[in-house]
Design a protein around this ligand. Sequence first.
Ligand code: SF4
Ligand code: SF4
Length: 368
Amino acid sequence: MLTTDCNLECRYCFGEALADVDSDFGDFNVDYYLPRRITYDLETLDSFCRKDLDCALIFYGGEPLLCIDDIKRIMDKVYTRHFLIQTNGLLLDRLAPEYVNCLHTILVSIDGDEALTDFYRGHGTFRKVFDNLKLVKRNGFNGEIIARMTVMEQTDIYKQVKWLVDNSEFTFSSAHWQLNAGFWSDFERRDFKHWSEDSYNPGILKLVKFWVDYMEEHGVVLRLYPFLGVAQSLLLGEKRVLLRCGAGWINYAIQTDGYIVPCPTMWGMKDYYLGHISTADPLRLKQVHIGKPCTECTAFNLCGGRCLYAIVTKRWSPEAYAHVCGTVKNLIQAVRGQMSRIEKLIQKGKVRLNDFEYMKYNGCEIIP
Ligand code: SF4
Ligand code: SF4
């Protein structure tokens, strides 16, 4: 996490934080005053990263591109196998191509078409981000660009994902989405239940069918991460009993002060500080695992649990959170329902098992 600052005021983040200001955050001991920029030296970060030959760093914030000098210094001086970035994309044009082109993956926040993205993220956001993405491509970026959507009641998931992968301006072959659910004390003031049942869940059923139709017609497995991750597990017969996002067991966040937490959303939560980069060994970090209700859930083997932060902070009651789990089970069921078609396409050589491979823990949580 390069900074706690952001240059946008999105509805589901800044807007929710304002509306939530008086809500109870339990008994957590929180450091609300993290430094705005990194305070550790890069030699410390470098020697931490060198202890793990598979280390990958994801630049994250706030908005990491507010710290372009730090990004460049880190890319110049710190050893890692890969650099990735999770950004709102507004300042992508300010990072020189020789740095952009060394990134393995750019996860860019975009919620769908112009009207929806600007509704959630502010007028003019979409245009600037799309222009920047086109520029990045023109300048030779060959890595993966993932549309990272936040979805909530105004999102028609079928329409918006389809638009991102098939529009006349800039098409994404990779997309991931996360539900804005369980992050704030907002269930009562929202309409999540009706939206999830009447719009999102049916939309997912249609979208999975579209995903497999696309394989059939084009021989291409679109990298729609929630489907990709679940389908790969079903194809390989694997059971996932650890969080698919990796938070707290293989994916960790380094705060601006160098303390390590399971996930960026858990910044400042002192009870979850797992070490400091000056002394910790990245291969022997403490782990945090989830328990009930996930470990007793019939979907656990494929879901792996959704969101450590939401489960730990319990900002939605168990009854409210059950609607989120309803969406997870619906998504798993929707993918399962298309598996015989997918298996036939693999047998016929239309698509390959390898097409379902992806870099794990790249910032896509898989379970939305
Ligand atoms: S569906 Fe819900 S309860 Fe079940 S494993 Fe996933 S997050 Fe946990
Ligand atoms: S799903 Fe995982 S990575 Fe995403 S906010 Fe929750 S704990 Fe963090």
